[in-house]
Design a protein around this ligand. Structure first.
Ligand code: 5GP
Length: 113
């Protein structure tokens, strides 16, 4: 078996994180190294999908749940407007191969991911 991803370990309570959203299948946390005034992460608790393309093909309802959660977090943290980023592939900046959405807001610059 492969090593658990950092997000699986956070979902299991093995690594501390500041939770901002939780449902049966999805967790939302604050990014440990924020690149915008509001920088939150949303991901499925299970590491079944490495990236958004796999998630969209394998479980579109779960992808829709992530997007709905992103809107909820934006409503709560950034006045409802936000940038949703799924880095896909190492050359595009993906470092954790457990699909996750970056929810960015609160005064974005072009350099915010
Ligand atoms: P990626 O580069 O794969 O698109 O995004 C991974 C994100 O996870 C990065 O923005 C990074 O700061 C964040 N991250 C990595 N490890 C941890 C951690 O242990 N806790 C939290 N809260 N965020 C993390």
């Amino acid at each position: 078996m492969s090593e658990p991803t950092v997000f699986e370990r956070i979902a299991a309570g093995e690594i501390p994180a500041t939770k901002v959203f939780e449902s049966d299948r999805v967790l939302g946390i604050r990014d440990i190294a924020p690149k915008a005034p509001v920088h939150l992460l949303l991901f499925p608790k299970a590491a079944d999908y490495a990236n958004v393309t796999e998630l969209a093909a394998g479980d579109p309802a779960l992808l829709a749940e992530l997007v709905a959660a992103a809107q909820q977090l934006a409503d709560e943290h950034t006045g409802g407007q936000y940038r949703l980023v799924f880095n896909t592939g190492a050359e595009a900046g993906q470092t954790v191969f457990h699909v996750h959405a970056h929810v960015l807001g609160g005064g974005l610059t072009e350099a915010s991911l």
